[in-house]
Design a binder for this molecule. Structure first.
Ligand SMILES: C[S@@+](CC[C@H](N)C(=O)[O-])C[C@H]1O[C@@H](n2cnc3c(N)ncnc32)[C@H](O)[C@@H]1O
Length: 282
């Protein structure tokens, strides 16, 4: 991995080990995030000749989706701090003229000034150590009237996909969900007032934050879904720290499978989700 800009002691969420974990579940997550990804794109209104920056692009799913909207003259740059994820993105999406990937710390990298028409991010902007400086840096890279659109999580307890099964894990481990703070992490931007303050202080205009209830759904089986739930977020961290016996892990998995089965309607398992869609202009 590249420069370590995240205070790993503070950010229990995104560190050197997170890239490979995200990749392992990449297809499953992209399927589950598809409704909210489409919503982000419908808000970003990317034009065929736009120059677009995708911050914290990870495995490149959203960067690739932008590239399909572009013609000659349009460009998309996927920027990420994880070499693991960028290497994956580059090998998955090679030889697309309008798309490039770049390793950088988006909070302080010297992007070309006044360059991008659109800046987007799907869950990639909540990991900055100093969000005020990071968004000032992002603003500098944008053209006048350029726009920023990103999606981030709201309140942890409103997001069933992240908390389902946590009570089962607590029963077996006595460990509870960590407290949500503004430290770098997926829920760092759950407070709308704080997000507004960060963007306003950085110099953004026309800031709009829409809290939207939506769903995260999958056509996976209940067993596959239980594996995903146990493999991401606070549940995964607690399970990996606890060193539980195979027997206990199997008991936890069985109980989580039953939860997933209860959610199954037809071929789909769904979770209530609550997101902030944030937009602003330069
Ligand atoms: C939750 S993942 C989201 C990945 C991708 N946007 C997606 O939706 O699949 C967060 C991403 O932000 C990246 N990231 C975290 N801090 C960053 C920084 N300071 N500069 C650039 N990327 C960063 C991580 O490496 C990771 O790829």
């Amino acid at each position: 991995m590249g420069q370590k800009i995240i205070n790993v002691e503070q950010s229990e969420y995104w560190n050197e080990k997170s890239g490979p974990k995200w990749l392992k579940n990449e297809d499953a997550l992209n399927e589950r995030l598809s409704i909210l990804t489409n919503e982000l794109f419908s808000r970003a209104k990317i034009k065929a000749t736009d120059k677009v920056l995708d911050i914290g692009c990870g495995g490149g799913e959203t960067t690739f989706k932008v590239s399909k909207l572009l013609v000659d003259g349009g460009q998309v740059l996927g920027a990420d701090i994880s070499h693991t994820l960028l290497d994956h993105a580059k090998s998955k999406f090679s030889n697309i003229d309008v798309m490039k990937f770049m390793h950088c710390d988006a909070q302080n990298y010297s992007f070309d000034k006044n360059y991008f028409d659109k800046v987007i991010s799907r869950f990639g902007v909540m990991f900055f150590e100093n969000p005020y400086e990071a968004f000032k840096n992002i603003l500098d890279s944008m053209r006048t009237n350029g726009s920023l659109n990103f999606v981030c999580w709201t309140n942890l307890m409103e997001n069933e996909f992240i908390i389902e099964g946590m009570d089962i894990i607590t029963k077996y481990t006595q460990k509870v969900l960590p407290e949500v703070t503004k430290d770098p992490g997926p829920f760092a931007f759950s407070d709308r007032k704080y997000v507004n303050d960060v963007l306003q202080s950085a110099g953004f205009k026309n800031i709009n934050i829409d809290e939207v209830y939506t769903s995260i759904s999958t056509k996976d089986t209940a067993e596959q879904d239980a594996e995903i739930l146990m493999g991401i977020g606070p549940r995964a961290r607690i399970l990996s720290e606890e060193n539980l016996s195979r027997e206990k892990m199997a008991m936890i998995k069985n109980e989580i499978i039953q939860r997933c089965e209860k959610r199954q309607m037809g071929k789909e398992i769904s979770y209530k989700a609550c997101l902030n869609y944030v937009s602003a202009t330069k």
